[in-house]
Design a protein around this ligand. Structure first.
Ligand code: FAD
Length: 489
């Protein structure tokens, strides 16, 4: 029998549009499907609680799907290179196939593996699939990486995007049977607390669910995406966005498939093209974040704009700790901020507009370093993604490539009034102020006491007073910014 191919699954936990798996099937030889949980290699960016929850369930879903094709998923934990070589030698594999991944640690693992395979007569083949385009392929006219989104978008759309590959219909099993750990052995749910219990009600990890979500989005929301995407909604309402981010992060669906699902519709119905075009632009932001991270691997800890290294963040103190806790728990007294932070804690996800508002509040109103917000998101988001999370935090705090200028300080009151005008989102997540009339829903401290008294709402007791004054905080943030501006000139 021919030598089997080892398909090494990473953040590509799907069967459809999986170029590595597709190629392995085409070869007509037995295929070994393997996932390695190499927690130690992730270092500082070891998966957060919500991501672990997702991974646990996603692997179970992938294993089920593979079994339906007559195959299986072998699970191993430990050093990736050692495990891959061990299995390859044991099963006389000559080729390892995987999807190329672009986070710095993933690239380092790939490089290390390639080196270790030299002289072993085993070849590593990396296939596309994680992104619309490889970050190495897109570059400016002078062959430099992009730093600004709009020209990046132009270059991305000028190059052709891969047509998705079909899922395999059958996979041959190798003759030798391999031992597998179980996903339960990895204790990915060990940090589960009350808040992760809620995740079961809201999410269903796995490729099938990802595809259903894409279909529902294209049918129900895509045409009006450009109009609705900025409005946060309560969990039981039809979302204005796709909520595909965790599925995309774990590779349960490919960005190329999402892209083509959107493009196809454009051809059929021109009236809907604006929504679909906007959706594709957001998919491209994901690629842009990876492009930045790939070319500047220090980004997760260091600001892209160097002068921000000297930014006078508030030093650690008791008051800063109290304010950070208030932000984390959704008790700042600003309803839109609190709604977002509670949405995150409960569902593992937060609407993009609100992510921007809460990130701006932490870094500008409270002058707390963006890295602390990034870390909280990392632990709590089901879509926690090193590239997008880092780019998002650096964009909001003004220190990233193509970032919002530091002096653009989101006003949590007007942002709430503009994007949640009837307060439906806020009322869902901050029930303490449910009875406050629309006029005051984003400024409950201004609501006349006689209205509040009827419903026994007491600002400062049943719901907090604002922990900082918006106008004062804005002045302090601008003053802090002036200090680094003067340093950089
Ligand atoms: P949709 O609006 O339906 O967009 C479709 C897809 O495009 C998303 O699933 C996502 O993959 C991609 N996308 C959309 N907006 C962005 C963006 N601004 N940057 C990069 N990709 C984007 N996204 C993550 O996937 N993981 C993160 O850890 C993450 N952290 C963020 C932190 C901050 C402070 C901010 C401001 C943004 C962050 N984002 C992150 C980006 C964005 O908020 C989410 O991708 C989006 O809210 C996911 O919801 P959706 O799937 O409904 O998006």
């Amino acid at each position: 029998m021919s030598a089997p191919i080892l398909v090494w699954f990473r953040n590509d936990l799907r069967l459809t549009d999986h170029p590595a798996l597709h190629q392995a099937e085409k070869k007509g030889v037995p295929v070994i499907c393997l996932y390695v949980f190499d927690d130690e290699a992730s270092g500082l960016w070891s998966m957060g609680t919500a991501s672990r929850w997702w991974l646990h369930h996603s692997l179970i879903a992938l294993r089920t799907d593979l079994r339906q094709l007559g195959s299986d998923l072998i699970l191993r934990s430990g050093n990736t290179t050692e495990i891959l070589i061990d299995i390859a030698v044991q099963t006389r594999v000559e080729e390892i196939y995987c999807s190329k991944q672009f986070e710095p640690r993933a690239s380092a693992i790939e490089r290390g593996l390639r080196q270790s395979l030299e002289n072993k007569n085993i070849t590593l083949h990396c296939f596309p699939g994680q992104l619309l385009h490889s970050p190495e392929r897109l570059c400016t006219k002078i062959r430099k990486p992009y730093k600004v989104y709009t020209p990046f978008w132009r270059a991305l759309t000028a190059a052709e995007i891969r047509t998705p590959k079909p899922a395999p219909t059958k996979l041959l099993m190798p003759e030798i049977s391999l031992k597998s750990e179980t996903v339960e052995d990895w204790n990915l749910l060990s940090n589960v607390s009350d808040w992760t219990e809620k995740l079961y009600e809201i999410w269903k990890p796995g490729e099938k669910s990802a595809r259903q979500r894409l279909k529902a989005f294209i049918e129900n929301s895509a045409a009006t995406y450009h109009l609705d995407r900025d409005q946060p909604r309560q969990p039981n309402a039809v979302p204005g966005t796709s909520k595909l981010s965790p599925h995309l992060h774990f590779g349960e669906i490919s960005p190329a498939e999402c892209w083509h699902a959107a493009s196809l519709k454009v051809v059929q119905n021109l009236a809907e093209s604006k929504g679909l075009e906007t959706f594709r632009k957001e998919l491209a932001w994901r690629d842009f974040s990876y492009h930045l991270l790939h070319h500047t691997p220090s980004l997760p800890t260091q600001p892209f704009r160097e002068q921000f290294v000297n930014f006078p963040w508030r030093a650690q103190s008791e008051i800063r700790d109290v304010q950070l806790k208030a932000w984390q728990n959704g008790n700042t007294g600003y309803p839109i901020v609190d709604a977002g932070m509670r949405e995150l804690r409960t569902t593992g996800w937060m609407h993009n507009r609100v992510r921007m508002v809460v990130a701006s509040f932490l870094t500008k109103h409270l002058l707390i370093p963006w890295q602390l917000g990034q870390a909280w998101f990392w632990d709590h988001l089901v879509d926690a993604d090193l590239a997008s999370n880092t780019a998002g935090w650096q964009w909001v705090s003004g220190c990233g490539a193509d970032a919002a200028p530091y002096f653009r300080i989101f006003n949590p009151i007007t942002q709430g009034q503009k994007f949640d005008p009837n307060g439906e989102y806020v009322r869902f997540w901050v029930p303490e102020i449910r009875i406050v009339p629309n006029k005051f829903i984003h400024t409950p401290w201004l609501c006349p006491e006689d209205i509040l008294n009827v419903h026994e709402v007491k600002i400062g007791s049943t719901y907090p007073k604002p922990i900082v004054d918006h106008k004062q905080a804005r002045i302090e943030a601008l003053n802090a910014y002036k200090k680094i501006k003067s340093i950089s000139h």
